[in-house]
Design a protein around this ligand. Structure first.
Ligand SMILES: [Zn+2]
Length: 83
């Protein structure tokens, strides 16, 4: 009997991160407690739209509100925000 493979979230850097530089993520602000940093970047899917990426400074937990992030996929914004 074989062991079923458990699907896990991708942990490697997405290929798309290689096409971008950290300079494309523009620091916007910290939250009031100074615990979460917010970045913006231009959307590739919608002209004029800005994607927002947030990173918790203490835990390095990241959140992204781009198309991939909303689908639960690791995106280049998160990969670069963690650098
Ligand atoms: Zn993203």
């Amino acid at each position: 009997m074989s062991v079923a493979t458990v699907a896990t979230a991708p942990t490697t850097t997405p290929q798309s991160a290689l096409l971008h530089t950290p300079a494309e993520l523009v620091f916007v602000t910290l939250d009031e407690a100074g615990e979460i940093a917010y970045f913006q970047s231009a959307s590739e899917h919608k002209q004029g739209k800005r994607n927002v990426t947030a990173i918790e400074i203490m835990t390095l937990e990241t959140y992204c509100f781009c198309k991939a992030g909303e689908l639960g996929r690791l995106c280049w914004h998160v990969a670069l925000a963690r650098l």
